[in-house]
Design a protein. Structure first.
Length: 416
């Protein structure tokens, strides 16, 4: 964490929520945002004196949310959504949440000098510039995103990063699975870790005095290895610049300041030289990987935030279907998925499946499928790897599946 220079009289907090980004990101894993938990996360940094949530509240998916936001003390701010059709007949949607939220950040930083911390709840990389501006004005910036859809560029610029699913409202089974650790007895340090600790001390001392024993440094290195293990086994990219923030969450504040602050690069380099992790430079950034990861997995980190499904609610969408039509499209998708030899469904395969069911043009059916993702009837499944017959190169593509916890799906498939 980098302190933002907040002195006395600058302890208040502004909370600004990109509601559509947060809600749809969580919807990908069958979760919904808890506004109270979100506000409590912001209150960790001071008194929340300014709180707003931004979305197109005319969208049926969001139409019922403003009342809950008001109850939790967040002001819903309407943002106009522009809809247009490309030459190919595809519906496109462009809203200006990032512009409006950025303007409000700049305005609040001028009008309310009591606000020293800005909490931005979004994983969208487009907030990169406003984060840089706020920090240049001496403000501390906290980003709240979800672990699977937060831009790496945004993460690297923030003073503090909280992941909604890990730090704000952890899943119950994850929290229950984390045992309370008893104070550990003094353990013998594994030889490679001991060598890495000695090398880490050497690198750190070359830049200035270090008040730490090799065993203490070894414990910090173990924390770094645990961070890498946690990120990589969950398919998340880990830039070196994020390691310091993650260490601060896991270490007592005094220990972090004395042992680890400003030294994550030296410590990671020592672990890399000892073969305990891999550090790869890509796109001018250092990234950390497990030591046994395959070469093709580390050629280019891909944490740029997932593109969220969006639809034009002014055109044909899931909200326009009758109860019987909803049942028909759900059953059609279910039957297609369970055909012999069908292991998964792509977006285009679902579109082709539904064309004869709803008897609409392809652009309408694509809008329907995107709306089903937004409504939580469909969800993103596993990402798979394909091979181009022309070039022989591999590429990644998404798969989709019915959400069996969705009430409409349960009724249509007689699961209730």
């Amino acid at each position: 964490m980098r302190d933002g220079g907040n002195g006395p009289g600058h302890d208040d907090v502004a909370l600004l929520v990109d509601w559509e980004n947060l809600k749809f990101s969580l919807m990908q894993r069958n979760r919904r945002p808890n506004v109270t938990a979100l506000r409590e996360a912001a209150e960790r940094f001071g008194r929340v004196a300014y709180a707003r949530a931004y979305a197109d509240w005319m969208d049926p998916v969001q139409a019922g949310d403003p009342a809950s936001l008001y109850t939790a003390g967040l002001e819903p701010v309407y943002v106009l959504t522009r809809r247009y059709t490309t030459a190919e007949g595809e519906a496109r949607i462009q809203n200006s949440v990032d512009v409006k939220l950025a303007v409000d950040c700049v305005e609040a930083s001028h009008l309310y000098p009591n606000i020293g911390t800005f909490v931005i709840a979004s994983g969208d990389h487009s907030f990169f510039h406003v984060v840089m501006l706020l920090r240049a004005r001496g403000k501390r910036v906290v980003v709240i995103g979800v672990s699977w859809a937060t831009s790496a560029q945004l993460v690297q610029q923030a003073d503090v990063v909280l992941y909604y699913d890990l730090d704000v409202e952890p899943e119950v089974d994850r929290a229950a699975a984390t045992p309370v650790r008893e104070p550990a007895a003094v353990e013998k340090i594994e030889p490679r870790l001991a060598a890495a600790a000695a090398r880490a001390l050497e690198l750190a001392q070359a830049k200035g005095p270090v008040s730490a024993e090799p065993r203490e440094v070894a414990e910090v290195l173990k924390q770094i290895l645990a961070i890498v293990e946690d990120f990589r086994t969950n398919g998340r990219d880990l830039p070196l610049s994020l390691v310091g923030q993650e260490l601060q969450k896991r270490m007592p504040q005094a220990d972090f300041q004395r042992l680890a602050r400003g030294r994550a690069g030296d410590f990671a380099r020592a672990l890399h030289e000892s073969g305990l992790l891999m550090m790869v430079n890509a796109d001018f950034t250092d990234w950390l990987f497990l030591p046994n990861e395959r070469t093709e997995a580390i050629e280019r980190p891909r944490n740029v935030g997932q593109e969220l499904a969006k639809y034009d609610y002014a055109k044909f969408n899931y909200n326009d279907l009758t109860e019987e039509q909803r049942r028909a499209v759900i059953v059609a998708i279910h039957d297609e998925r369970n055909k012999p030899g069908v292991g998964w469904l792509t977006f285009n395969r679902i579109v082709d499946t539904l064309k004869p069911v709803v008897r609409r043009e392809e652009s309408d059916v694509k809008n329907l499928v995107n709306s089903m993702l937004s409504w939580g009837v469909l969800r993103v499944g596993e990402e798979r790897t394909g091979h181009s017959p022309e070039t022989g190169q591999t590429y990644q593509y998404k798969t989709f599946e019915l959400d069996l916890q969705n009430p409409d799906v349960r009724r249509a498939l007689h699961l209730e």
